[in-house]
Structure formats: structure tokens, C-alpha cells
Design a protein around this ligand. Structure first.
Ligand code: NAP
Length: 341
């Protein structure tokens, strides 16, 4: 890996962990934030000793300003920033446009700056959706089926951004070592109250906001492993990563398993964690009246188990067990006063 890496979206959950690991490894890090006046003090507070080894640039996914400066002098780019809202937008373009434009913009400016290594944070959302209901196991060979209108806007945005990035590289920068890292739901320690959407799942179980457990599940991966996969992909030999696709996942867990892990590993914080299941018929009946249940309805009883094996064997790391990630999420939520007891 070169010595200077641009991590877009330094204020985010994954972006922050990646910056942490890169600084720890002695790299100089450039990062983009949407609002420098707000974002930079937050980043400086997290890494008070980084000094000149951390440079913060203001850049939005939807505008050219700031990108040339952010990419200048960089050996590698990890493009992590992308909209990841908790709620479903009215129109898919609210997510698809910034995700696609942002990825293509980051690629274009990176290429113009002579960057040879580019790691795109994609998602299992670009792998495991829109397939026939009987398909429950996935690998990097699978792509979310955009022709299926039931694919939600966020999943659509990640699929379009990854597909078009690959096309762009093929046509415009065929020598660039481009790859994607495709995480399933990311858990693990949080460092502040600016929570990623994936953390809301554990938070809502702990606060009792989810009063009964629907029959849904998720692949789980730890944020420290997601960052590690990016770091290793930035560092691996050119031919190992070129055009690569690295799904990162430790394990698929049902929501009832996550509730059980909380009760087992952090009983002091699990008083409000529900024990009852929410019958699927109730979800179906109530879905028209609740945006949350509408999202849950399509996932009832569905396994979406994306294998993380290729990433761990190719890049060379072992996953933190999902139960440890759930525990770390819960402990850090309490430690930072986000969930109060
Ligand atoms: P996050 O904490 O919400 O971070 C998202 C980052 O993207 C923030 O830094 C945000 O900046 C930035 N961003 C959003 N829209 C932007 C725009 N228009 N212009 C510039 N920056 C923008 O989410 P995360 O969990 O770290 O997710 C990071 C990446 O991982 C995303 O690409 C997401 O799709 C992917 N991912 C996440 C998960 C997961 O479970 N967490 C799973 C698979 C893939 P602001 O601080 O200014 O909002």
C-alpha cells in the first residue's frame, strides 16, 4: 500500500474505523466530509495526535468541488461514502443518483490524480436481492436482480453504483486495480452517537422499541473486519485485487438469535430485549400502516446468507465471531450513553 490513502466519508461508521486502522498502520489519510466546519472538529477530536497525517477536505458526492484536492498525492482510494438512510425514500433516485454519481466522480478524480488502487465499499445489497424466494445462499458470483421491481431503493443504489463503477473502470482505466468490498449488516463497537443504520437493529432491541421479534435475519460482520478487508485490499498485490469482489460476512443470524446473544452475553442490558416472536400474519396485516413493518414483510422467513469465505481466504484474515460483534455493539451503546439504564 502506498503511504497516502483517501477515505471518503470519514464521519461515517465504516469510514471512521478505516481511518483509525490506516493511521495506526502509519499511513497519511485524506478524508472527505460534506461539511468541513462541522466534520473536521469531530474528526480531530477522535484523532487528536494525527496532525498533518490526517487531512480533511470538503466534498459532496453530487458536486465536483474539492475532489481534485482530496485525491491529489494519494496512492489509493477507499470510496466508502454513500447515502445509507434508516427510512425508505419516496423515490429511488434520492439514493441511486448520489450513490452512482459519487462513485463515478470519485473514480474519475482518482484516475486523473494517477491513483492506481481503488476500493469501493459496495454491499451485500448488490448481491442478494431480487432473486427467486428459494435462493438463500449467495457468493460474489451473484448480483441483485435490478429487473425485479421489489428491490428496495438502497439496494438498487448500491447495485447500480457498483455495476457502473466496474463498467467505467473497464472503459476508462483498465489498468487500475479496482475492487469492491461488499459487507452484510455491520455491527461492532460504536464510537459516538452518530449511528449507522445497521446499529439501529441492536439499539431498538435493547430499548424495547422492537416489542416482539419478527421472523427475519441478517448476515453479520464486524466493523473492524470490514475496515480490515478494505485495508488489506488496498495493500494486496495488484493482480490479487484487480476487478475483485469481496463479500464480507461472518454469519447469518435470525433476529431471535441476536436477542438470545444479548440476553446471554450482556444480561444487565437485556432487560427490555423481547422474548416473544411477532407472528408473520401480524406483520402482513399491519404492514400497510407501518413503514418499518413494510420493510420487514418482504424479509419474513428469508435466509440471505452471503458467504464471506473468498474475502477471508484471499485477503488473509479471520472473522470476529458475530456473537462478539453483537456484544461489542451493546456494550459500546451503553458506554457512550446512547442506550441508558
Ligand atoms: P454511515 O455511518 O451513515 O456513513 C455514511 C457516510 O457517507 C457518511 O460519512 C456520510 O457523510 C457520507 N455521505 C452520505 N451521503 C453523502 C453525500 N451526498 N456526499 C458526501 N458524503 C455523503 O454509514 P456506514 O455504515 O459507515 O456506511 C458506509 C458505506 O458502507 C456505505 O457505502 C454503505 O452503503 C456501506 N455499507 C454499510 C453497511 C452497514 O451495515 N453499515 C453494510 C453494507 C454496506 P455525512 O456524515 O455528511 O452524512
Amino acid at each position: 500500500m502506498g503511504q497516502t490513502i483517501l477515505v471518503t466519508g470519514g464521519t461515517g461508521y465504516i469510514g471512521g474505523e478505516l481511518i483509525d486502522q490506516l493511521l495506526e498502520a502509519g499511513k497519511t489519510v485524506h478524508t472527505t466530509v460534506r461539511n468541513k466546519a462541522k466534520g473536521e472538529p469531530r474528526l480531530r477530536a477522535r484523532w487528536p495526535d494525527a496532525g498533518e497525517r490526517l487531512k480533511v477536505f470538503e466534498a459532496d458526492l453530487e458536486a465536483d468541488t474539492g475532489w481534485a484536492e482530496a485525491c491529489s498525492g494519494c496512492d489509493g482510494v477507499a470510496h466508502v461514502a454513500s447515502p445509507f438512510p434508516l427510512t425508505v425514500p419516496k423515490h429511488p433516485d434520492e439514493l441511486v443518483i448520489p450513490a452512482r454519481e459519487g462513485a463515478l466522480r470519485a473514480l474519475r478524480f482518482a484516475h486523473e490524480a494517477g491513483v492506481q488502487r481503488f476500493v469501493l465499499t459496495s454491499s451485500a445489497a448488490a448481491i442478494a436481492y431480487g432473486h427467486p424466494p428459494g435462493k438463500g445462499h449467495f457468493t460474489e458470483a451473484d448480483w441483485t436482480v435490478l429487473e425485479n421491481p421489489s428491490v428496495p431503493p438502497y439496494h438498487r443504489s448500491k447495485t447500480v453504483a457498483e455495476r457502473e463503477s466496474r463498467e467505467w473502470v473497464k472503459d476508462n482505466a483498465p489498468d487500475m486495480a479496482f475492487c469492491s468490498v461488499n459487507p452484510v449488516a455491520v455491527l461492532g463497537p460504536v464510537v459516538n452517537d452518530d449511528l449507522s443504520t445497521s446499529i439501529a437493529l441492536v439499539e431498538k432491541l435493547m430499548t424495547g422499541e422492537i416489542p416482539a421479534i419478527p421472523d427475519v435475519g441478517f448476515g453479520i460482520v464486524d466493523v473492524r473486519d470490514v475496515a480490515k478487508a478494505h485495508r488489506l485490499a488496498l495493500d494486496a498485490p495488484h493482480e490479487t485485487v484487480k476487478n475483485g469482489r469481496f463479500a464480507v460476512s461472518d454469519k447469518f443470524l435470525w433476529m431471535r438469535d441476536i436477542a438470545h446473544i444479548l440476553r446471554d452475553r450482556v444480561p444487565a442490558y437485556a432487560g427490555k430485549v423481547p422474548k416473544r416472536g411477532l407472528p408473520s400474519i401480524m406483520v402482513t396485516l399491519l404492514a400497510p400502516f407501518s413503514a418499518d413493518l413494510k420493510q420487514v414483510k418482504t424479509e419474513l422467513g428469508r435466509t440471505r446468507d452471503v458467504s464471506g469465505e473468498h474475502a477471508s481466504s484471499t485477503l488473509g484474515f479471520d472473522y470476529i465471531p458475530a456473537a462478539e460483534s453483537v456484544e461489542a455493539t451493546a456494550r459500546s451503546l451503553v458506554e457512550h450513553g446512547i442506550v441508558k439504564f
